[in-house]
Design a protein around this ligand. Structure first.
Ligand SMILES: CC1=C(CCC(=O)O)c2cc3nc(cc4[nH]c(cc5[nH]c(cc1n2)c(C)c5CCC(=O)O)c(CCC(=O)O)c4C)C(CCC(=O)O)=C3C
Ligand SMILES: [Fe+2]
Length: 379
């Protein structure tokens, strides 16, 4: 095609994700990668290993990322966007360092990163930035030229994310028996994190106020509850609840858990519940085990009709939204005036994570932010 455009200054997009095991022999080494130095009790690890074994030791997350990767490449090609897309993971092959090495060797010097987490938090944002810095350190030690790496702004409130999720919520609602549909409650779910980490999520000025993680999820939950009401005029009660808690029991994590919430709703006479996993971008293990297996077993035991909404996956609207975010950021980097699309009350998120954003327990170098130690060394 002759009308290909290069989104200057970027010369590549990096899809950065979690990774997951692809067979029974991968499960234990994968869990060791995930939990190295993170103080997760042994019993919890054995339990989580069982979740994977229940599915033949295969997490769906890698295939879902392969699908997203293919969809991004196709969408970019169809829109004349000349931007190669690569994929690397934190915890499983293709490992981030290997992907970045391939990118550096291929001559890429300005890389934009899309992480498969839509929200601010240590696990969903800074930890990925630390992984990028660690990989850059490894390339530096190998004497390779270092690309400069940026990260796309949080996309939780971008219409490309919100609209497919709202539609999925409606589809799930329509799957409930008709007589309980009107009275159904909406339960928006996301990954629980330690409350201390929730309180310090996002830029420092929001710390102590509950943090950005919860505020961002509440913004999305409200938008989707409104979209559902808009579809049939019925105002349904909704709540943001949590799932997939790990860590030691004496450390407070965000609550209530989805299973406790189902029990409480049932006790209060709710006729049905729609679970909407707004915290995730694909139906990976935390969705197919923690919701479809565990929470559904609870629902069956309670004799409570429960439906689960899908996640965005490789929905064309999500993919197009990513393309828009890439073009927006490229224009901003060129110093152009940009229109930033965002729904809800919080407005578009920052392009560059400020110093002190989503701190971890111990300070570590993090790339793609205001405190990126490689920003100057790169190029
Ligand atoms: C906020 C958040 C997201 C969403 C943002 C994002 O998507 O990044 C997320 C995603 C995911 N979490 C995943 C898997 C796991 N997370 C664990 C442990 C933890 N997650 C945490 C938080 C998050 N996690 C935290 C605070 C811990 C405690 C340990 C620590 O502080 O690091 C553990 C250890 C065992 C356990 O569950 O205790 C596993 C196996 C998978 C892969 C699923 C698959 O294989 O399909 C995905 C996408
Ligand atoms: Fe996790």
């Amino acid at each position: 095609m002759s009308d290909q455009s290069v989104p200057d200054p970027y010369d590549a997009l990096l899809l950065l994700s979690f990774g997951g095991p692809e067979g029974p022999d991968d499960v234990v080494p994968f869990l060791e990668n995930v939990t190295r130095g993170r103080g997760i009790p042994r019993e919890r690890l054995e339990e989580v290993g069982q979740h994977y074994f229940l599915f033949g030791g295969v997490s769906p997350i890698n295939d879902q990322n392969r699908e997203l990767l293919a969809a991004l490449r196709k969408d970019f090609a169809e829109h004349g966007l000349d931007l190669p897309v690569y994929w690397g993971n934190r915890n499983w092959a293709p490992y981030l360092t290997d992907t970045l090495r391939e990118m550096a060797t291929a001559g890429h010097r300005r890389v934009l990163t899309l992480a498969t987490s839509a929200y601010a938090s240590y696990s969903g944002c800074r930890q990925y930035r630390e992984n990028l810095a660690a990989s850059l350190a490894a390339l530096e030690a190998e004497g390779l030229p270092l690309p400069r790496i940026d990260k796309l702004r949080h996309y939780f409130n971008h219409p490309g994310f919100v609209e497919p999720v709202a539609e999925a919520a409606l589809t799930a609602l329509a799957g409930l028996p008709e007589e309980v549909r009107e009275g159904a409650h909406l339960a928006f779910t996301t990954h629980s994190i330690p409350t201390a980490s929730a309180d310090t999520s996002g830029p420092p000025e929001g710390h102590g106020d509950g943090g950005a993680y919860v505020a961002q999820h509440l913004d999305v939950a409200r938008l989707i509850a409104e979209a559902v009401r808009g579809s049939d005029g019925v105002e349904r009660p909704w709540r943001l609840v949590y799932q997939s808690r790990s860590g030691a029991p004496h450390i407070p994590w965000l609550e209530p858990d989805i299973c406790d919430h189902l029990e409480e709703l049932h006790g209060a006479g709710a006729p049905a519940v729609v679970m909407v996993p707004i915290g995730f971008v694909s139906d990976h293990m935390e969705v197919i085990y923690d919701l479809d297996t565990e929470a559904m077993a609870k629902a069956t035991a309670l004799d409570l009709p429960v439906a689960r909404a899908g996640t965005v996956g490789a929905d064309p609207r999500f993919v197009a939204g990513i393309r828009e975010l890439v073009l927006e950021r490229a224009a901003a980097e060129r110093g152009e005036e940009v229109r930033r699309c965002a729904l809800g009350d919080l407005g578009p998120s920052h392009d560059v994570c400020p110093v002190g954003c989503c701190p971890g327990r111990a300070p570590k170098p993090a790339a793609a932010g205001a405190d990126d130690p490689y920003a100057g060394a790169a190029r």
